[in-house]
Design a protein around this ligand. Structure first.
Ligand SMILES: NC(=O)c1ccc[n+]([C@@H]2O[C@H](COP(=O)([O-])OP(=O)(O)OC[C@H]3O[C@@H](n4cnc5c(N)ncnc54)[C@H](OP(=O)(O)O)[C@@H]3O)[C@@H](O)[C@H]2O)c1
Length: 302
């Protein structure tokens, strides 16, 4: 068979492969021609363990490592700062140092929470990070560790991830909609929901271009197309889910984020500008509404 210009030949090790993005990425890469995916759960590769990191990287000698592992519980990070820092800062530092030692490029996922959320119009890669709490700080410091240890890196900041598995806003709203007549949803937080499958698509597209040997290392933003609020996202979720089951919920109540999450401030704007990803890689944003229509049937096993 004649290889197309986009045929990729690479072994890709995925950390955190049981998470939303890690799982979606493993599924996608396993179907991608020319790619050998090596998905690693936390049990197989704890990114905070020096022994485990070197053992697995030296055993598999991948062409790329993609780190999808993370401590993502924002309130829990305030109560367990050491654990959050260990997974989100020290783990990436360790991975970056090991990757540099073995000449393996590292691709890492970060978050809109590195910003304070004051720019309603959104954040570009040049904007100054100013995290509001432990979680955001741990993600920012993890990024900095990677920049320091492994110049051959891609950091992809993403936001508001949803999928049919794991812990996410979509599944939380669905759970509440089955049990409560009224659901609270913040109408003062803006962002762009992003499906885990869509992030996996973007990571694969980036990987393909890395193999062309062009110098594209650095930090990029990606999120689904169309800005909404938590309230707007909740409305869309309920409308989509009602096609599949009868729900107890009768109405959504618009509330302030601060009333829902008193422990730690959330960014009012999580909007990420994605122009750099488009101009460098030619990757366009996909509308989150169409992704939602695709993900909901997965919840019902269709
Ligand atoms: N979720 C969002 O809305 C969101 C938004 C912005 C950025 N991000 C970033 O995107 C990335 C992927 O997010 P996600 O939603 O897919 O995360 P997720 O569903 O919470 O999955 C994270 C995975 O990391 C694993 N993990 C935790 N500690 C680990 C360790 N020490 N070593 C190895 N694996 C470990 C977890 O294992 P267990 O299953 O055993 O717990 C879990 O499978 C993360 O970097 C996250 O910060 C997420």
């Amino acid at each position: 068979m004649v290889a197309s210009a986009y045929t990729l030949s690479a072994k890709v090790l995925i950390c955190g492969a049981n998470g939303q993005v890690g799982h979606a990425l493993a599924e996608l890469l396993e179907k991608a021609p020319g790619i050998e995916a090596v998905p690693m759960s936390r049990r197989q590769l704890d990114i905070t363990s020096t022994d485990a990191v070197y053992k697995q990287l030296e055993k598999h000698l991948p062409d790329y490592v993609i780190n999808c592992a993370g401590f993502n519980r924002v309130d829990a990070a305030e109560r367990q700062p050491d654990q959050a820092m260990a997974v989100n800062r020290d783990g990436p530092a360790l991975l970056a140092a090991a990757c540099a030692a073995l000449s393996i490029p590292l691709i890492h996922l970060s978050s809109d929470y590195v910003f304070d959320g004051h720019y309603a119009s959104g954040y570009s890669e040049d904007d100054e990070p100013a995290p509001l709490g432990v979680f955001g700080r741990s993600k920012w410091e993890g990024e900095e560790q990677i920049r320091q240890h492994q110049p051959q890196h891609l950091i992809l900041r993403v936001s508001w991830i949803f999928s049919a598995r794991g812990h996410n806003y979509l599944l939380r709203i669905l759970e509440q909609a089955r049990q409560q007549a009224v659901i609270d949803a913040a109408d003062d937080r803006r962002g762009c929901p992003t499906s885990a499958d869509d992030v996996a698509r973007v990571l694969l597209a980036m990987l393909r271009q890395l193999t062309c040997g062009i110098d594209v290392w650095g930090t990029y933003h990606y999120c689904g197309a169309e800005i909404t609020t938590r309230y707007g996202f909740s409305e869309a979720i309920l409308a989509a889910v009602r096609q599949y089951e009868e729900l107890k919920v009768e109405s959504l109540r618009a509330v302030a984020t601060a009333d829902m999450h008193p422990l730690v401030e959330r960014p009012a704007s999580s909007v990420l500008k994605c122009r750099k990803l488009l101009s460098t890689f030619g990757i366009r944003q996909r509308p989150w509404r169409s992704e939602l229509q695709r993900v909901i049937p997965d919840i019902y096993g269709e």
